[in-house]
Design a protein around this ligand. Structure first.
Ligand code: DGY
Length: 327
């Protein structure tokens, strides 16, 4: 009688929709952090030691020392589009595939980028706090006067799928002039589709009324916006970051906001999150949200299911859907 080969073991490092573990358990033995405990890096490493695959959330550092402790590991499937938690060179060297979850969150994240831009320009949260604090005693013509959005100039740094989706909303929905800066210039057809023109980073910072960041995090993009860049922006401009913590120098931004070097900022991501720089918490002209740009039930489910498809695709059918490296 043939002895059945043991089932692959999968670790899910955080709480996620129950149907995710259910689908995975049709193929694998699954260990799941259903209680959403705050596992340390050491705890994740020790739980991963006997696993073949992991469903990860863009937060777990998959590094050479960790990989050396996990000889059976074959795949880490992020349910996020960002993958700066992966050391892809070390993963390739160890024969471990990394996958991410692109496309399924593009439009939802673009919606949120626009929501944050609108809330920041039109001072939505600041005025709500004022009202809730019982400070609204009479109407005044310049009360919470904000920045124009329609017809203004939007500068997008990082023109991937999400940047392009935001550009289309801006150009076609709000009649904005859209300029962008990117590592490489887009083709003419894509530029026309987004009605966006390519400019240098310096021109973008000096010209845009609203600067929106959607660039992936890497050593090269660390502090894309620091004191020098903030000094180039118009004093009436706003800065929106839906990219990653570390793309903006948060300490420098807090100074620029405090000194009114720029008018306002909207931030969904932070250096060292979930910690937020205390100086940002102290200034009123910033809208702060806890990394929720892709947070709708439908999109988060689609992101998780794409990670599941990657795990099943690779471990059962030898073909991942959205691979990032050659393993
Ligand atoms: C991503 O997918 O990278 C987002 O930042 C997570 O919500």
């Amino acid at each position: 009688m043939a002895i059945p080969s043991p089932r692959s073991r999968i670790l899910i490092t955080r709480a996620i929709f129950p149907e995710v573990a259910q689908r995975l358990s049709e193929h694998f033995d699954v260990e799941s952090n259903t209680a959403d405990d705050d596992w340390s890096a050491e705890e994740i490493a020790s739980r991963l030691q006997d696993k073949t695959g992991a469903l990860t959330f863009g937060l777990e550092r998959i590094t050479e020392p960790l990989l050396a402790r996990c000889p059976s590991l074959k795949i880490c499937a992020n349910m996020t589009v960002g993958y700066n938690n992966f050391d892809l060179d070390a993963m390739s060297a160890a024969g471990v595939l990394g996958t991410n979850a692109p496309d399924v969150l593009t439009e939802t994240t673009a919606d949120f980028g626009f929501a944050l831009l609108m809330a920041t320009a039109r001072r939505v949260t600041e005025s709500e706090h004022f009202l809730r604090a019982g400070k609204w005693t009479r109407w005044n013509y310049e009360m919470f006067s904000g920045a124009e959005v329609h017809g203004s100039t939007l500068g997008i740094i990082g023109m991937g799928r999400i940047g392009q989706a935001i550009a289309r909303r801006a150009a076609f929905g709000f009649g904005m002039q859209v300029m962008y800066h990117n590592r490489s210039r887009l083709g003419a057809a894509t530029e026309a589709d987004c009605r966006a023109s390519y400019v240098s980073k310096q021109e973008l910072l000096q010209t845009a009324d609203h600067v929106l960041l959607v660039v992936p995090y890497s050593k090269e993009s660390h502090h894309t916006i620091g004191a020098a860049e903030l000094a180039l922006m118009k004093p009436t401009a706003t800065l929106i970051n839906i990219a990653r913590g570390g793309i903006v120098d948060d300490a420098a931004l807090a100074v620029a906001l405090r000194d009114k070097r720029i008018a306002a900022a909207g931030l969904d991501v932070f250096e060292g999150e979930p910690q937020v720089h205390p100086d940002l918490l102290a200034v009123p002209n910033v809208v702060l949200t806890p990394h929720i740009a892709s947070a709708t039930a439908g999109t988060r489910r689609a992101m998780a299911m794409l990670a599941v498809d990657n795990l099943i695709g690779y471990l059962v059918h030898s073909k991942a859907v959205t691979p990032l490296n050659a393993a």
